[in-house]
Design a protein around this ligand. Structure first.
Ligand code: SF4
Length: 288
């Protein structure tokens, strides 16, 4: 019998080791609340983690999952989804992990419209390794690995996802938990690739982009006339830099996920087919 995830069942006995003021605390809370509010089943929910401060969340959720290597949470998650497409798959990692080492996988998953929800803790740094620049660090910023300032322009995750054919693209902020819970829920319910790029405060290694910095720039797309079914409008919104839009940039309401296009698993998941085959073989052995 499968149990529904509850507020107490999802919490592990391990206390988070993140720095005081880290945005990861808020993202963890939002993720757990979204699971509880959606009444997800323990047996049918799996979380795949990358490496980094965000990936340490693997210790703080009591849930099925897999703690992978840099960038490799993405292909591992797809393996699980195709083996048992009845699973709800959530992938958690940082900007260095997904937009650096895992970028090729990220684009591949978006193009394929694989049915997974990707939560990116985007603090614009490799923070677990003490603050090197990542693909989303802004040009000119001095970090441990760029003492003269970053030369490259930053990668724009929203534009990248949109142009890679992602069917759900959104941005949250770790200090806006109510909106973040709603975005995570919408991403999980979306049948296909769902990105929630979360601006995450890192008071230890990104002191410039703190809460006052974001508080005067963020605004909610839902409070504008933005049409989230218009991809070109989403791409234009994604280019804004002086102000920072939060919410759903784009959602394809007719999204058909990858696994739903595979006739091989139309009637049964691969894992159920494999179990049935094992049962037949076992029965035949008994008759010999
Ligand atoms: Fe959070 Fe930054 Fe500390 Fe890592 S280094 S736990 S991201 S505040």
């Amino acid at each position: 019998m499968s149990c529904t995830i509850t507020t107490s069942s999802i919490k592990s006995p391990i206390t988070p080791t993140w720095c005081p003021g880290c945005g990861n605390f808020m993202i963890l809370n939002a993720l757990q609340k979204a699971f509880v509010e959606l009444e997800l089943e323990e047996a049918n929910t799996a979380i795949f983690y990358g490496i980094g401060c965000s990936g340490n969340m693997a210790d703080f959720n009591r849930a099925y999952g897999f703690h992978s290597l840099h960038g490799r949470a993405l292909p591992n998650a797809i393996g699980a989804k195709l083996a048992n497409h009845n699973l709800k798959i959530i992938i958690v990692a940082g900007d260095g992990d997904f937009y650096g080492e895992g970028l090729n996988h990220f684009i591949s998953l978006a193009r394929g419209n694989h049915d997974v929800t990707i939560i990116v803790h985007n603090n614009s740094r490799y923070s677990l390794t003490t603050g090197q620049s990542s693909p989303t660090t802004k040009k000119g910023i001095k970090t441990k690995s760029t003492p003269m300032g970053v030369i490259e322009k930053p990668l724009n995750p929203i534009t990248t996802a949109l142009t890679a054919e992602a069917s759900f693209v959104s941005r949250g902020y770790s200090t806006k938990p109510s909106q973040l819970i709603q975005l995570i829920k919408a991403g999980i319910l979306h049948p296909g690739f769902a990105l929630i790029d979360v601006i995450q405060l890192c008071p230890s290694f990104n002191k410039e982009e703190n809460h006052p910095f974001f508080a005067e720039r963020i605004y909610d797309l839902a409070e504008t006339d933005h049409n989230s079914s218009d991809k070109m409008a989403a791409i234009i919104k994604a280019q804004e830099t002086k102000k920072i839009p939060l919410g759903i940039f784009y959602q394809d309401k007719k999204s058909v996920p990858y696994h739903a296009q595979l006739p091989q698993i139309e009637k049964q998941s691969l894992i159920d087919q494999w179990s049935a085959e094992i049962n037949i073989k076992t029965a035949m052995t008994k008759f010999k």
